[in-house]
Design a protein. Sequence first.
Length: 234
Amino acid sequence: MVDDPLKGFDPFDIFDAEAARLDRFFSGLDDEGWGRPSRCEGWTVRDVLGHLAGEELYNHACLDGNVQVLLARLAREGIDGFHDFNEWSVRQRRTVPVEDVLREWRAENGETRHRMRLLGRDGLIDTMAGPYPVGLQTFHYDSEYATHADDVGAPVSAEEADGRWYWRAEVGRFVLAEQGADVQVEPTGEQMWVHAGGESASLPFPEFVEATVGRLPAGHGVDPRLIARLRCLA
């Protein structure tokens, strides 16, 4: 039997929970809070919101089945690839009142979450890589939202922290396998054992997750070549 590390999680419930976490956090910010630097290089907390709002253009294109139409439109405007798209999305919203950007994100993401839940885990959605299962695409969104919640410092309660690291670690393990990454990954208790290029390490779930999303800080003591092989979600 093929190991499916994601079978025990509901991607739609996780998406709702992470969106709610961000909404609560954003709703309590003042001007100083919006201007604070995030973990995303060059982006403030406000910029992260702008990115999330802009990303809904792609999310809705996936749901509408017109991703290639969107990519052609962006190409005509000189936007090539996700990095350019992300920066463009942020720039577009820097002069818009933050209350309007927050309102935009709430509405557009709310529609995304609703429509994806209706399609169901086994439905298919259009993506840049072609048709893809809705449930798996939602897990990608789950990881993105959890990562950005951490980027801006949105609170995570002690009661939910361990479970949150666990599902994120399993998403990372799944994506590495899906991408055919040249690294062996196996869960051992509350750690992930990783091996590649003759190097091995056991990483606690939080460190493994941070490695998969490119957020593991320097000084972790693990061979950087091994850590580089783990990055798969950001």
